[in-house]
Write a protein that binds this ligand. Structure first.
Ligand code: AHR
Length: 490
């Protein structure tokens, strides 16, 4: 059996893990909102104010910290006034980016903020720069946040919410280098300043988030920041990184297994290189590095509308999620928010729904397993391991991250080997001693295993007591698996 050593340093804390690293993204795209989240109050599907009860329960269970909405590309063609007031009177628009289907606007600002309230997640609203105006975005912030009796605040009250919503996070455009207007970095920086100049929190501190690069495009970042100059009404800078596919969602070879995982771990280089550039302009790190869209993106599935981006989700996607979340935790001093694309029925989803059924994907299980990292103090973890996979897609066999929360040590690990189990010898360095805990494992029967409505637990976490005594112990990870160790420190 393959072996590796994991040294954990519970005393070497280097950052608090921002819960928003485990965030989500929900766009008006395919069946993410309509069907996945929103069924309407009159639906026979159990719901609270029109929002499915099963997805509320799932997002609560995984402690979803933040949800970004309404897009995506959709955001830069969205006019928020379409989505307020009595639903039957809302305009029917065309969703130009995603299949030119009718957008009923039944899910608008109040419905989204109700979802966040029910789930206990922070809302992150992405504004329209591409086809909107500074005035339109400024008015949206006023409508949502103004505590006084302006016309817009009174309109909010007439629509059922007298108290301000106090939304902190606002995106100033989405992918403005692409679907958000095809700007160059200098032109977008000028637009950013024009829009941000008119944005006020009205008593609520605002976090304004600028559109960052496509992948690790360092040129975009340098040129945007250069043009931004000394302007500092900016609190976040958001990259998008999709690791793409290799093969298809459920059909891939062993070599394509490694190819996708290796593409996923390029996130680490993105985070360190983008932060290094930001540091040159912002040495005190007042501007947070964010990755507000990430995940795998497989070819359209046969029989599905290709514009709806529906895809199955196997244990391979589960490992993409685990590797990425471990990178975020290891780089918790450099990255402050991550939003996987997308919550339900689109791309790397937490769950798939059909009618009243819902099935949790391997990715959804990974998010629940990793939740204890939220708000922990990230601590140093050193791995001695060999590499697996064919050139040029080699990656470490074992990798992971660790955090402490009081007397609890939480370690997550991935065994990337498609065929071999791995014995991981865990060493607690610096005098810490374990006195038991639990070990949760996620694996499938094969590297192509996934959950369906008929077989919802083909890939499901299994928890057992952890035989962890003193400062060293061994755990065995099945091939192609994710492990979460919740360790009680003496
Ligand atoms: O997540 C799907 C799409 O991917 C988003 O709308 C866009 O921002 C990105 O290109």
């Amino acid at each position: 059996m393959a072996r590796g050593t994991i040294e954990v340093y519970p005393n070497l804390e280097f950052a608090t893990i921002n819960p928003n690293l485990f965030g989500h993204f929900a766009e008006h795209l395919g069946e993410c909102i309509y069907g996945g989240i929103w069924v309407g109050p009159d639906s026979p599907i159990p719901n609270t104010d029109g929002i499915r009860n099963d997805i509320i329960g799932l997002l609560r269970a995984m402690k979803a910290p933040v949800i970004r909405w309404p897009g995506g590309c959709f955001a830069d063609d969205y006019h928020w006034t379409d989505g307020i007031g009595p639903r039957e009177g809302r305009p029917r628009r065309i969703n130009i980016h995603w299949g030119e289907v009718i957008e009923t606007n039944h899910f608008g600002t109040h419905e989204f903020l109700r979802l966040c309230e029910l789930v206990g997640a922070e809302p992150y609203i992405c504004g329209n720069v591409g086809s909107g105006s500074p005035r339109e975005l400024r008015d949206w912030v006023e409508y949502v946040n103004f505590p006084g009796d302006s016309t817009l605040a009174l309109q909010r009250g007439a629509n059922g919410h007298g108290a301000p919503f106090n939304v902190r996070c606002w995106g100033v455009g989405n992918e403005n280098w692409g679907c958000g207007g095809h700007f160059g970095p200098e032109d977008y920086a000028k637009e950013y300043k024009r829009f941000a100049s008119f944005l006020r929190g009205f008593g609520q501190p605002l976090d304004l988030i600028a559109c960052g690069p496509a992948g690790n495009d360092t040129g975009w970042t340098r040129r945007f920041l250069t043009e931004l100059g000394g302007y500092r009404h900016l609190h976040g800078f958001a990259a998008h990184y999709y690791c793409g596919t290799a093969g298809a969602s459920t059909q891939y070879t062993e070599s394509q297994w490694y190819q996708l995982l290796e593409q996923a771990i390029r996130m680490e280089r993105l985070v360190t290189q983008q932060r290094a550039i930001l540091d040159g302009f912002d040495p005190d790190r007042r501007i947070a590095l964010i990755v507000d869209e990430w995940g795998s993106w497989h070819p359209a599935e046969a029989g599905r509308n290709p514009a709806f981006l529906w895809q199955q989700n196997t244990i391979r996607d589960g490992l993409v999620a685990a590797l990425t979340l471990d990178i975020f935790c290891r780089q918790a001093d450099k990255v402050q928010m991550g939003n996987i694309a997308q919550t339900f029925n689109v791309l790397q989803a937490m769950a798939l729904t059909e009618g009243d059924q819902m099935v949790v994907t391997p990715t959804g299980h990974v998010f629940a397993m990793y939740a204890p990292h939220q708000r922990g103090r990230a601590v140093t973890l050193r791995v001695e391991t060999d590499a697996v996979g064919p050139e040029p897609h080699r990656l470490p066999r074992l990798s992971g991250s660790a955090s402490v929360n009081g007397r609890k040590l939480f370690v997550t690990l991935v065994n990337a080997d498609a065929g071999e189990p791995a014995e991981a010898k865990i060493k607690l360095v610096g005098g810490a001693q374990a006195q038991g805990g639990t070990l949760t494992l996620l694996a499938g029967e094969s590297i192509r295993a996934y959950n369906t409505f008929e077989q919802p637990a083909a890939v499901a976490p299994v928890t057992a007591p952890l035989r962890a005594g003193w400062d060293r112990f061994t755990v065995t990870l099945p091939p192609a698996s994710v492990a979460a160790l919740a360790i009680e420190l003496a």
